[in-house]
Design a protein around this ligand. Structure first.
Ligand SMILES: *Cc1c(COP(=O)(O)O)cnc(C)c1O
Length: 341
């Protein structure tokens, strides 16, 4: 089976497993796991922040990061298809009492005019006040799109004293694709999360970064939510290994995604624009083919290819380190046959 449903499906390599089994360990609730501490310091440093917190998932890192910026009943602005409002099961509302309003833009892009119009200043006890704005870079349901206008938004928010939250689950991909440093993105945000278990190929884990004070509070909340852990260095070691070995190679995933997009664009003109595939995610609009995602997913499965959807007609293909260029070419040919027929 070639599995291109997500970049979360990767398995730890032999080298990564070796790093995990030889990692020095301690009790992280006591702050004594040296491998966890090393991972937290490393990621904080890469993103230009004082401190980091290792978490089970990106959803938890986002929950803790947003909660640090938005008080109960306060408001977070984000794009309408952002992971924080679409794929975290309402956690920010259910756990932290956060309300949201959204802007909509193609590929989930930052739209400064819409955001300016949404920002609600503090009008006293009559209207909810905007406490923070969240940006997802790259944007998952936006097809792995690099977010343009990130610095302009950061400048605007800075001038208004509104903190920026960065959902950087795939910030690695944005950095590799643009040649920008991770820190150039990270320093503009008051709180930022990154996933180790997406393109970097670690089995588990995300890191939240922020100021020492923000992370101290987030660490308390992580424990309160039952997500404190002990010898988590076995997992942190996978993250450190991933940073050392699997960062630069993300460019291969981007090239493979572009190849898939080109084959699909030939087979089903109008379904995808290859030059808009910025990173490792291809979203093909099947409405031009008259086929549904459910049909294509099921026939592809029978042919040995797993793909997914982000809507009735939006097929999603995600490249990653466990899918070679040859696998991606085979996958593209299977899909081309299904879409073109
Ligand atoms: C995957 C992802 C997350 C976190 O997902 P978990 O499954 O909770 O680790 C957050 N944001 C984006 C954009 C993602 O793609």
């Amino acid at each position: 089976m070639i599995d291109l449903r997500s970049d979360t499906v990767t398995r730890p390599s032999a080298g990564m497993l070796a790093a995990m089994t030889s990692a020095p360990l301690g009790d992280d609730v006591y702050g004594e796991d040296p491998t966890v501490n090393q991972l937290e310091e490393t990621v904080a440093g890469l993103l230009g922040h004082e401190a980091g917190l290792f978490t089970t998932t990106g959803s938890l890192a986002n929950l803790l990061g947003v909660q640090a910026l938005v008080p109960r009943g306060g408001e977070l602005l984000c794009e309408a298809s952002a992971h924080v409002v679409r794929a975290e099961l309402g956690g920010h509302a259910a756990v932290s009492g956060v309300t949201t309003r959204t802007w909509s833009a193609p590929a989930g892009q930052i739209d400064l005019e819409q955001i300016r119009a949404l920002i609600a200043p503090d009008l006293g006890p009559y209207f909810v006040t905007t406490s923070a704005v969240s940006v997802e870079n790259t944007h998952n349901f936006g097809g792995g799109a690099i977010q343009h206008g990130y610095d302009a938004l950061a400048d605007e928010l800075e001038s208004r004293g509104i903190p920026l939250h960065l959902d950087g689950a795939r910030l690695w991909n944005a950095a590799v694709a643009t040649g920008r440093t991770l820190a150039s993105y990270g320093v503009r945000a008051t709180a930022a999360s990154v996933c180790l278990s997406k393109g970097l190929g670690a089995p588990v884990g995300s890191v939240l970064v922020g100021s020492t004070e923000l992370i101290r509070e987030a660490r308390i909340w992580r424990k309160r939510l039952g997500a404190g852990w002990r010898q988590a260095g076995v997992l942190a070691a996978a993250g450190l290994y991933a940073l050392d070995h699997n960062f630069d190679r993300l460019a291969e995933d981007h090239a493979n995604a572009r190849l898939v997009a080109e084959v699909l664009a030939d087979a089903a003109p109008g379904s995808v624009k290859p030059d808009q595939v910025d990173t490792n995610i291809v979203i093909a609009d099947l409405s031009v083919t008259g086929k549904t995602v459910a049909e294509v997913v099921s026939v592809a499965r029978a042919e040995g290819l797993l793909v997914g959807g982000v809507g009735a007609t939006q097929l999603r293909v995600v490249t990653h380190l466990d899918a070679s260029a040859a696998d991606c070419r085979t996958a593209a040919e299977i899909l081309a046959r299904l879409l073109g027929a």
